[in-house]
Design a protein around this ligand. Structure first.
Ligand code: HPA
Length: 282
């Protein structure tokens, strides 16, 4: 029997609420910042002070993380003077998850009090001026996943049916991030992130197409979480680590190991930058 849409939405909402009821009593303070980390980003939990954490498989209804180099752990505590909740490891459409599952952590964090979401990812650079290892502040995005986390009956308690996406990536946070990068001497690119479903990487023809439609970087994540975050009324800051550069006329094979390695090398700067931003923004 096909479940009615309203029942699917109600079940999803109940699952989020059950997870929230499980986590809330374990917290020492209400988190106001949420962070979702991407591929190859592992040193973050060491920066959390005075909190705790649980593996995703211990959390009710949390999907398990299956991607390489995604820890699968929810942590919380203080970081840069803020109360933070940290998702180490995210869910991707290419793993077979629905975009509602992909955005489950965003719903949980928003319900627990998070007001600002930082999302990071590894992405392929499309802008020929970029190079592997660069950091890119996401100014805007293009959703080419062929899906949207808000399809199905709207959960009115969480947000509007037709959320506005005219200013997704918070201007004040972007300006602050630029200023902190300048002060710390960290090179920071800016650009448009396009999300594809994956898991196959792009052909030269697809790469040319993505560049021509206005994208500076391509990846397989982030956009679903950002759409759910905007729906929930959160401020959003997004940063890509450019793990490789894709030039349609000189495409080179990409190995996932090389992607993870490049991201790991860029991570200290990413950590420094985001800690600086959190310290300076209330
Ligand atoms: N394409 C898509 N996703 C990616 C890439 C890429 O080149 N690099 C890292 N994630």
């Amino acid at each position: 029997m096909v479940e009615k849409e309203s029942e699917v939405s109600r079940t999803y909402q109940e699952q989020v609420e059950e997870c929230v009821r499980f986590i809330a009593p374990r917290l020492t303070a209400e988190p106001s910042w949420g962070i979702i980390l991407g591929t190859g980003q592992g040193v973050w939990e060491a920066r959390l002070e005075g909190g705790g954490g649980l593996a995703y498989q211990e959390l009710p209804h949390f999907p398990p993380a299956t991607s390489p180099s995604h820890a699968g752990r929810l942590g919380w505590g203080q970081m840069a003077g803020q109360e933070v909740m940290l998702c180490q490891g995210r869910f991707h459409a290419y793993e077979g998850y629905s975009l509602r599952q992909v955005t489950f952590p965003v719903r949980v964090m928003a319900s627990l009090g998070v007001k600002t979401l930082i999302v990071t990812n590894a992405a392929g650079g499309l802008n020929p001026l970029f190079k592997a290892g660069d950091l890119m502040l996401i100014c805007d995005h293009i959703n080419l996943m062929g899906d949207n986390p808000l399809t199905g009956e709207n959960i009115d308690a969480w947000g509007p049916r037709f959320p506005d996406l005219s200013q997704v990536y918070d201007r004040r946070l972007r300006e602050k991030t630029e200023a902190v990068a300048r002060r710390l001497g960290i090179g920071l690119r800016q650009g448009v992130y396009v999300a594809v479903k994956g898991p196959s990487l792009e052909t030269p023809a697809e790469t040319r197409f993505l560049r021509q439609i206005g994208a500076d970087a391509v990846g397989m994540s982030t956009v679903p979480e950002v759409i759910a975050a905007v729906h929930a009324g959160l401020r959003v800051l997004g940063i890509s680590v450019l793990s490789n550069l894709n030039l349609p006329d000189a495409m080179a094979p990409i190995a996932i190991e090389a992607i993870i390695d490049t991201v790991a090398r860029a991570e200290p700067q990413l950590v420094e930058l985001l800690l600086g931003v959190m310290q300076e923004v209330s």
